[in-house]
Ligand binder design. Structure first.
Ligand code: ATP
Ligand code: MG
Ligand code: MG
Length: 553
């Protein structure tokens, strides 16, 4: 992997360690279990777990489950699987924000006792109006001056379920004229009768993110709480809560730019929509930017980690070319994927001077540069399949593949020369008749004559018929959010993002390929045996990546 870039968070940590402000780095990855993790989360995971590793610190996995309405255990399980797959381990430090509900409630009562929080009876709509705007100061709620005892009583009764959903909230008492709108008496608790996937119906009030997050960080002893830039204005509230409650030593929040990728949406809300409306087959559809999707597609975790390191961590938003991710995937697979032969669009070749019943086996190395990967035997006989596009009746200049009268090399086996073609009534070629030169066994000739083309092939008698799925970008615009006035991102879905080929043939050694492993079909790309739809003896292949790299360095 490439050398480490010294980004600003590493600089902050170096300084904090040098000055003694912190003794040990403690980070956390805090997903809300309301959807599957996506490539953006991978950046956050690599950053948080990576920093902990790098500085011999610790990183917690915290399920930030304070909003029961959209959360579910299904998501908790998928998050854990995805973080592990990426190669990180939280060991015994798996936490749920909901485990802190009682303590958070206690902190809220403490704020009330200090005169720093009050129960407000304004409606959500009124609260919004009273808040003011960036240019206009807010207005104080008529309930702002309630005394401590009344506030405590009302808050306890909120918890006890005496009031309707939405009828009251608890607000921090800060400053309705503050230039930072976030500090204009933010709501810190609301009434919400919703079943929580862990605490059940124990609570009918739930803390807001800005209140729960900083305190969860403090409870866990987090030192550096990194989050994405949209929380920059919330940092003042993060600090206010911890400082007002007198928590020391305390965590600090640092913001970095979120990952944006061309041709991709990275928002759980939109990804949920794609799944629920059936635009994709599920969260793990290999076209999805979810970690489960790219895993199923065959992207190696190491390639994603490498990508996250290369994009770095910046303070300003930008969009990364998805070709860089694909480049990291190809770079990894080029070294790691065994080479095999597979024909996606087969046309039959008959070698007319090859004995009917003869079967030869050719020993083929799995990797041209890595002997340790070993080799396998591939059968060869009189009838083969080659790629339909590897033959042309009237080839243009610079077409070096098979054509009438032309000699080419069949990979690792023989030179063959096209003598004739057979067509059906529509003029479609059904067979290509060739002769072979027995003196070229192994794919080279003693007389040194040159052939320009080398084609991959499979034995018609032995090849395994398989289904192959080709993928393209899920969206056809570099920015899927670039839409007409009354349009949505769905208008930019690429109608050709999935092509299913049902009549492909691969060498017989692939019958037992373990689902999830990726190999290179020579000249065609990288393919991964699908974990869901492959059956014993009948793999289904997902194209992980083509061989053409479009990343411009
Ligand atoms: P989304 O915006 O997709 O709904 P989220 O931010 O609401 O995602 P969380 O589960 O709250 O999702 O995120 C967990 C962590 O991952 C947070 O620290 C968040 O900042 C980070 N994260 C989410 N999206 C990105 C992204 N695109 N780039 C980098 N980090 C991200
Ligand atoms: Mg969130
Ligand atoms: Mg979000």
């Amino acid at each position: 992997e490439t050398g480490r870039v010294k980004h600003f968070i590493r600089t902050i940590i170096d300084e904090d360690l040098a000055s003694g402000k912190v003794e040990k780095v403690h980070t956390r990855f805090p997903p809300e279990p309301n959807g599957y993790l996506h490539l953006g989360h991978a950046k956050s995971i690599c950053l948080n777990f990576g920093l902990a590793e790098e500085y011999s610190g610790q990183c917690n996995l915290r399920l930030d489950d304070t909003n029961p309405v959209k959360e579910d255990v299904e998501y908790v399980e998928s998050i854990k699987e995805d973080v592990r797959w990426l190669g990180f381990d939280w060991q015994d430090r798996q936490f749920f924000a909901s485990d802190y509900f009682e303590r958070l409630y206690g902190y809220a009562e403490k704020l009330i006792s200090m005169g720093k929080a009050y129960v407000d009876d304004l409606s959500a709509e009124e609260i919004r109006k009273y808040r003011g705007t960036l240019t206009e100061p807010g207005t104080e709620s008529p309930y702002r001056s309630r005394g401590v005892d009344e506030n405590l009583d009302l808050f306890r009764r909120m918890r006890a379920g005496e009031f309707e959903d939405g009828s009251r909230v608890l607000r921090a008492k800060i400053d309705m004229t503050h230039p930072n709108v976030v500090l204009r008496d933010p709501t810190i608790y609301r009434i919400r009768r919703a079943h929580h996937h862990r605490t059940g119906d124990a609570w009918c009030i739930y803390p807001m993110y800005d209140f729960a997050h900083c305190l969860s960080d403090a409870i866990e002893g987090i030192t550096h709480s990194v989050c994405t830039l949209e929380f920059e204005n919330n940092r003042a509230l993060y600090d206010w809560v911890l400082d007002t409650l007198g928590i020391a030593p305390r965590p600090h929040q640092y913001e970095f730019a979120r990952l944006n990728l061309t041709y991709t949406v990275l928002s759980k809300r939109k990804l949920i929509q794609l799944v629920q409306e059936g635009h994709v087959s599920g969260w793990d559809d290999p076209r999805m930017p979810t970690l489960s999707g790219i895993r199923r597609r065959g992207y190696p975790a190491a390639a994603l980690r490498e990508f996250c390191e290369r994009i770095g961590v910046a303070k300003a938003d930008s969009t990364v070319d998805i070709a860089l991710l694909e480049h990291c995937v190809r770079e990894n697979l080029n070294a790691a994927a065994p080479r095999v032969l597979g024909v996606l669009d087969p046309v039959k070749v008959v070698i007319t001077n090859y004995p009917e019943d003869l079967v030869e086996e050719f020993e083929m190395p799995y990797h041209p540069e890595d002997e340790s990967m070993g080799s396998r035997k591939v059968p060869f006989c009189r009838e083969l399949y080659i790629e339909r596009e590897d033959f042309m009746e009237e080839p243009p200049a610079k077409y070096f593949r098979l054509a009438p009268g032309r000699e080419v090399r069949l990979r690792f086996s023989y030179y063959v020369t096209c003598q004739d073609v057979v067509k059906d009534e529509n003029g479609t070629i059904t067979e290509i008749h060739c002769t072979y030169d027995p003196e070229t066994r192994g794919g080279w000739s003693k007389d040194g004559r040159k052939v320009k083309g080398t084609l991959h092939w499979v034995s018609a008698r032995h090849a395994l018929p398989v289904e192959v799925r080709l993928y393209d970008h899920l969206f056809s615009k570099t920015d899927p959010m670039d839409v007409e006035d009354d349009g949505t991102f769905l208008d930019n879905l690429n109608p050709d993002s999935l092509t299913v080929l049902t009549d492909c043939r691969v060498e017989p050694s692939l019958a037992d390929m373990k689902p999830g492993t990726v190999c290179q079909f020579e000249r065609k790309g990288y393919f991964c045996a699908d974990v869901k739809d492959s059956r014993p003896g009948h793999p289904v292949f997902n194209r992980t990546a083509s061989l053409r790299d479009s990343w411009a360095k």
